[in-house]
Write a protein that binds this ligand. Structure first.
Ligand code: SF4
Length: 279
């Protein structure tokens, strides 16, 4: 699989230095396969083709994992492309046959720069040939571009994050991300292609009609749903929801009680009639 842009003989045009007002930085990474910890500890590896994420969600906890304070403060305004990701993955001596790998945990592998560089796309055939059992996690409709490569995997699931049923809410909390309609359309396309699909409703944002949201999820063919709420604690060793989102939540009166109530309603709709979709 070619990854034309990164190897283009004219790097000044192939490697944009900014995109939509965000800085694009190119740097080698010490590794591409990381051992997960915490709530992801049951996986074997995570792969983040990029560091940083220009989707810039107001609540993003991944910002807490950035070592440099200045970069943490500018979360959403930069993305670092791991220029040696393909070589690192190809050269890895890890036995990946049957390994459960998540792509990605601290970035979105289908954020806008991916359209230009196709770095994520270039990693897929390497993982497929090495027998990886892949879980893709994204909120970007661009993910449908790679259905042809996903279909080659022996085992794969694709999870689309959709956090609310109200686009006005989505625009406040996730202004750079695709509309809810486009994400559901992507989910349907992935399911129709015969792929195992899931929905990540985390963090659950103000929601108007949990029942019709549950129906939309069912109609789009998802086989599992994860529902999560804000992480209100943070500190040197803990990732929490960022302040801008907590401020917005308070403007929407999205109290812990209302969040818990909405999560319970959604869970009960998704789990009725003998189904067990939501955990
Ligand atoms: S898409 Fe994911 S990684 Fe990117 S800013 Fe939003 S929550 Fe963070």
């Amino acid at each position: 699989m070619l990854q034309m842009s990164l190897f283009d003989p004219n790097p000044s045009t192939a490697r944009p230095e900014s995109l939509g007002g965000a800085d694009v930085i190119y740097a080698d990474s010490a590794s591409i396969l990381s051992r997960p910890t915490g709530r992801l500890a049951d996986l074997d590896f995570v792969i983040n083709p990029y560091q940083g994420c220009t989707f810039a969600c107001t609540y993003c906890y991944a910002a807490f994992f950035v070592a440099e304070e200045a970069q943490r403060e500018r979360w959403g305004q930069w993305v670092r492309v791991k220029t040696n990701a393909i070589a690192k993955l190809r050269g890895s001596r890890q036995d990946l046959r049957g390994a459960r790998v998540l792509m990605s945990s601290a970035t979105d592998p289908y954020q806008p720069i991916e359209q230009r560089l196709e770095l994520t796309r270039s990693l897929l055939p390497i993982m497929q040939q090495r027998g990886v059992h892949l879980s893709v996690l994204t909120r970007s409709p661009l993910v449908t571009r790679d259905i042809d490569l996903f279909s080659e995997f022996e085992r794969i699931s694709v999870t689309v994050t959709i956090t609310t049923d109200d686009d006005a809410v989505r625009r406040k909390f996730e202004p750079q991300c695709a509309s809810i309609e486009r994400r559901f359309a992507a989910l349907r396309q992935l399911s129709d292609a015969g792929l195992r699909t899931r929905v990540n409703v985390a963090p659950l944002l103000p929601m108007r009609h949990p029942r019709s949201f549950a129906e939309q999820i069912l109609e789009a063919g998802a086989s599992r749903v994860h529902i999560g709420t804000f992480h209100e604690t943070s500190g040197p060793f803990a990732a929490g929801t960022r302040q801008p989102a907590l401020k917005l939540a308070s403007e929407f009166c999205w109290t812990e009680q209302r969040r818990t109530q909405a999560a319970e309603m959604l869970r009960s709709y998704l789990n009725q009639d003998g189904r067990r979709l939501a955990a």
